[in-house]
Design a protein around this ligand. Sequence first.
Ligand code: SAM
Length: 340
Amino acid sequence: MITYVATANPGFAPYAMEELRRRIRGTKVSGLAPGETFSFTTGDFDPEQLLKDLRRDEPIFLRHMFPIEAEYDVMNNPDETAATLREYAETLNDRVKGKKIAIQVRKEQGSPFPFASAEGRDVIVPVIERLGGEPAARDADWILSVYASKKKLYLGCSLPRDNLSDWPGGAVRFRKDEELISRAAFKLLEAERAFKLPLDRFSNALDLGAAPGGWTSVLLERGLKVTAVDPAEMDPSLELHPRLRHIRSNAADVSFAPGSFDLLVCDMSWDPHHTARIVSELAPVLSAGGSGIITLKLMYRKPFQSINDLMEDYGHEFDIRKVKQLFHNREEVTMWVKRK
Ligand SMILES: C[S@@+](CC[C@H](N)C(=O)[O-])C[C@H]1O[C@@H](n2cnc3c(N)ncnc32)[C@H](O)[C@@H]1O
């Protein structure tokens, strides 16, 4: 049996725990950082099979996990802590040689662990190099994870795909562009990666609830033509863009010829069931096989029930490909659908 450190968005760990409890017979879950980080065991499952299942059918709220290979009491003494980190890194001998290794160090707020992330990494790097490995921030062969809770220090080494995300704790970071129109743009950029859906594959997008234009600007940058629907104003930097048409209207009141778009995106801040009705009524404007990326607002404090109901609503017109709470989602999840 293997025990994992698992992470979800703040406040959503109870739902990630529930997802795992439903799927893994005999799992034991235990909280670490309240609402966010916890541990779970593989229970009665063969760990390899469990990893395959979790990768194939990813839980919605579980953002990141790594296996615990070593566990120590957390210390606040820098020398002792450094010795412990190095001692663990030494055991990775075979896995490290000739490979790229990402070192990801995280700590719970209030943990006495004496290092910031970069300092912890700097302690481990010389060992990895001496063992013939190449420390790397991205596209690594292995990820060495360190998580310090208030009481314990957990260490593990795993393949990036087995962590569900190759970012530390699944916290996907994008470069902060000075000209960024809204932080909402990060949601679409993250969805593009999470769903492995390069946006430049599409040519003509309908963006519902588009203002002030974060998503629209990403789509324009990728070379798409965009029809943005929102009663609110778009950012002035976009209004004159030659590939943008802004319709200042409620999305319930617009109509287009069938098959006009190959991508529909929707980040409308409205009742999620009304949104589902509007998007479903607009489904014919999407060409057959066209994709939709839609945020589902979780307004009712019962996320599983809300998501199931909404999947049923959308399921009449669309094939639901994936639902995931992305790092940049707050009280919402993001869904990828395809036109039936
Ligand atoms: C979270 S903001 C969208 C942010 C946008 N994705 C971005 O990247 O800048 C939600 C938007 O939905 C719009 N909205 C809400 N209800 C709408 C409706 N019925 N029709 C069209 N837009 C709507 C609001 O005016 C608001 O601008």
